[in-house]
Design a protein around this ligand. Structure first.
Ligand code: CP
Ligand code: NVA
Length: 308
């Protein structure tokens, strides 16, 4: 059974992870079957950072399940004027049936979950982006079926998106390589912690500074922005350090034949990826965006529904 909240994929067993992905596939195939599943329920959606996909896919998703979404910008909440996260969690729990939140500090979403009596879903923190990874693994399975033994190569800054992808890969039996320059690589402690979640001894979680080495034999090549939300002041230094890590047609050609290109979006075209790759035949970026809807409907059903 899934716990009360979805804060990190590391909290899920491999079976729970697969069960969310399976439900996401069923929701996508037969959305009408779930039209009343969360009838009359309200999802509060707290945003401390901007969003297009997360906001719209949760709002539409809860609506399609028979419920309603409530957009709560943190600057308009008393949270922005010093009300504590704990009190906000306790108060919202008296009104809504679930809370989705996008926050800066990962400890804030943990606090929210600890003090809320309703389910809390992580809609991105500085550390993790589990809903993105769920949609991404749904998308990868659509492309090649069983993911065990397959390889994902992540190129560029080791972001929240990379962190969630890595732990998901380990739980699904995949290999995961990252290529990033010094200073932008994941800490060895983080990689070790997530590598410990591998389901087979042969799985590789590699870290290199060579993008061509990382993409070798990769079925999926993934990248994210070089300047994540909250890092705007570092933009110039990041542009310079990460320039050799742009995903280009040349880099895609060094991956496994038929390799697909992935990106959580929003993309900064001309920085982490060329237009040619983002708009090319190998790109599955808009399938990933669409699957946010289906994967998150599955998460809401699991946490807020009955018998899923
Ligand atoms: N990928 C993603 O979470 O997009 P938004 O920032 O638009 O929600
Ligand atoms: N790493 C990016 C992901 C955006 C969906 C950020 O945190 O801004």
């Amino acid at each position: 059974m899934l716990e009360k909240d979805l804060i990190a994929l590391s909290d899920l067993t491999p079976q729970e992870l697969v069960s969310i992905l399976d439900l996401a596939d069923r929701v996508k195939a037969e959305p009408q079957r779930y039209r009343q599943s969360l009838s009359g329920q309200t999802l509060g959606m707290i945003f401390q950072k901007p969003s297009t996909r997360t906001r719209v896919s949760f709002q539409v998703g809860i609506y399609q399940l028979g419920g309603e979404g409530l957009f709560l910008s943190s600057s308009d909440l008393q949270l922005g004027r010093g009300e504590t996260i704990a009190d906000t969690a306790r108060v919202l729990s008296r009104f809504v049936d679930g809370i989705m939140a996008r926050v800066f500090a990962h400890s804030d979403i943990e606090d929210l979950a600890r003090h809320a009596t309703v389910p809390v879903i992580n809609g991105l923190t500085d550390l993790l982006h589990p809903c993105q990874a769920l949609a991404d693994y749904q998308t990868m399975r659509e492309q090649i079926g069983d993911l065990a033994g397959k390889k994902i190569a992540y190129i560029g800054d080791a972001t929240n998106v990379y962190n969630s992808l890595l732990v998901g890969a380990m739980k699904l039996g995949m290999h995961c390589a990252i290529a990033a320059p010094e200073g932008y690589q994941p800490t060895p402690a983080l990689v070790d912690r997530y590598r410990a979640e591998a389901v087979s001894e042969t799985q590789v979680a590699a870290v290199t500074d060579d993008p061509f080495e990382a993409v070798r034999d990769a079925h999926f090549v993934y990248t994210d922005v070089w300047t994540s939300m909250g890092q705007e002041e570092e933009r110039q230094a990041r542009l310079e350090a990460l320039a050799p890590y742009q995903v280009s047609s040349e880099l895609m050609a060094a991956a496994a034949p038929g390799a697909k290109f992935m990106h959580c979006l929003p993309a900064h075209r001309g920085e982490e990826v060329t237009d040619e790759v983002a708009d090319g035949e190998a790109s599955i970026i808009f399938d990933e965006a669409e699957n946010r809807l289906h994967a998150q409907k599955a998460v809401m059903l699991k946490l807020m529904g009955r018998g899923f």
